[in-house]
Ligand binder design. Structure first.
Ligand code: FAD
Length: 475
């Protein structure tokens, strides 16, 4: 008779290429479990959009596990110890997670369970390279992306190839019903209705999304990825965040497709974006304060505005009067996602034109993004604000009008999310205020009524940002 092994699912909600599950299936009878732990997560417990995704992803995972996923809520150290006793398990396996609160919690659980005689093993199920495997020649860690990725990662041993499929005939049947509603993950207000049109959480949805990207997006990715109305990005981020697909599966599947279609150039670009994901985790691992503290401490003196409420609320609601900003913020609210180019532009606008602290933005994204990820969100906001490790220089201020004109020249993205501007001609779609009141009326727009007038002047706010920056330089 084989031993019982608890497999603790976390951000690896898949059965394929899941190292912990794979090893457990080889060595024993599997007891699969998911535990919602809002307590240890503290300030970074999952936001509303992530909870929606998790709800559906767990349903999909439970189906793949033949209805045998055990669900719990609370302190995992107690849950696992109790479950191990009840099921006479001899081992606990999980795939590693890298949030500081998880590292702390998991290390304690490992120690405690080992003391009690259990075998505890953790595996790499969500990164291409472990942070501690990528170091400079002098043993220190990288601070800048390009050398991290090109010298560090690409010269390290290649990422592990996806594991062979497993037989799931060794799962111990669950005696308790799968009560997903007990986790209370779905929003109480009806705000998620559009999510269903855009997303299919779960491993099948992840595989379909990857396959559609490989068929139609990858070859155009290098340039196409900058245009928010074009279908050349993968939209894999929530699937990757919840581990419904591994980065290894994505890395190797895209490499095979690129080889078949001679798209090596596009592949290099796509792989380097996966590299940014690795770099975000790397930064979080070496800077556990990344979500809360400026990496460049001189930004601690930055004179952020404190009377934030009206501008912040206009930004959150997509009512700033700058069409590309408003389209992005509305895309986020409606679909739980925002295109990367637009994330950078709305981030720059919040931090540089409105002079609001990047943490306001990071918090709002945390609640609204389906792919909200502590590593990528924190590292990206620090990058946008200019205070991160390898950040966009603070003086590089995205101009929302020129960004819109360059990357959405026909206004397709704007019209999709701001229907009240849909009749405005392309020439003015990014600058409706340049039309006269009569002309605007012709297109059904009354500035300040049907669509807001710009809430700040771009030139003045840019100068104010540069002045604020020079104040921290001189201090
Ligand atoms: C202010 C700001 C906040 C962000 N917050 C998050 C977040 O919470 N979660 C998140 O997953 N990404 C975040 N990103 C990074 C990026 O915008 C998204 O990963 C990307 O838009 C997801 O779309 P996609 O899957 O189509 O990406 P693709 O372009 O198809 O890229 C493939 C994968 O590579 C990874 N990736 C791509 N770009 C980046 C990047 N710049 N940084 C890290 N990983 C990247 C993602 O896992 C993505 O799914 C943020 C970016 C900014 C500017």
């Amino acid at each position: 008779m084989k031993d019982n092994v608890i497999v603790w699912f976390r951000q690896d909600l898949r059965i394929h290429d899941n190292p912990a599950l794979y090893e457990a299936c080889r060595s024993g009878q599997v007891i699969p479990v998911y535990i919602l732990d809002d307590h240890a997560a503290g300030d970074w417990k999952m936001g509303a959009a992530s909870r929606w995704w998790l709800h559906h992803s767990l349903i999909a995972l439970n189906k793949s596990l033949g209805g045998n996923l055990r669900l719990f809520k609370g302190d995992p150290s107690l849950t696992i110890a109790q479950l191990a006793q009840e099921t006479s398990a001899s081992a606990v396996y999980w795939n590693r997670a890298y949030e500081p609160w998880r590292i702390k919690r998991d290390s304690n659980i490992k120690l405690e369970m080992q003391k009690q005689g259990y075998t505890v093993q953790s595996f790499n199920g969500s990164l291409l390279w472990e942070p501690w495997d990528i170091t400079k020649q002098d043993g220190t860690h990288y601070k800048v992306f390009t050398p991290f990725y090109r010298k560090g990662c690409l010269n390290a041993p290649a990422p592990r190839e996806p594991l062979p499929p497993i037989e799931l005939d060794s799962i111990v049947p669950s005696s308790t019903p799968f009560d997903i509603d007990s986790l209370q993950l779905l929003p109480k207000i009806d705000w998620d209705s559009e999510f269903y049109q855009h997303w299919q959480p779960g491993e099948t949805g992840a595989a379909d999304t990857l396959s559609s990207f490989l068929n139609t997006g990858l070859a155009h990715y290098r340039d196409g990825r900058n245009y928010p109305a074009k279908p050349y990005i993968s939209t894999l981020s929530p699937h990757l965040h919840f581990g419904e697909i591994s980065p290894n599966q994505v890395w190797y599947a895209s490499a095979h497709t690129a080889l078949d279609t001679s798209s090596e150039d596009a592949l290099d670009c796509f792989h380097s974006e996966l590299g940014w994901r690795e770099f975000s985790y790397y930064q979080l691992y070496y800077n556990p304060n990344l979500p809360e503290k400026n990496l460049q401490t001189k930004f601690d003196r930055f004179p952020w505005k404190t009377d934030s409420s009206s501008h912040l609320s206009a930004w959150q609601k997509g009512l700033t009067g700058y069409p590309i900003i408003d389209a992005g913020m509305r895309q986020l609210w409606k679909t739980g996602y925002m295109h990367n180019r637009v994330r950078m532009v709305v981030g720059s606008f919040l931090v540089k034109n409105l002079l609001l602290h990047w943490q306001h933005g990071a918090r709002w994204f945390w609640d609204c993004l389906l792919d909200a990820d502590l590593a990528s969100n924190s590292a990206s906001w620090q990058w946008v604000a200019g205070c991160g490790a390898d950040a966009a220089p603070y003086f590089r201020i995205f101009n929302p009008v020129t960004q819109g004109e360059k990357f959405d020249s026909e206004g397709d993205y704007i019209r999709q999310y701001i229907p009240e501007l849909s009749n405005i001609p392309n020439k003015y779609i990014h600058t409706p205020w340049e039309l006269s009141t009569e002309e605007l009326l012709q297109y059904g727009v009354v500035l300040g009524e049907t669509y807001p007038a710009p809430i700040v002047d771009l030139k003045h706010s840019r100068n104010a940002a540069l002045e604020a920056l020079s104040s921290i330089k001189e201090a």
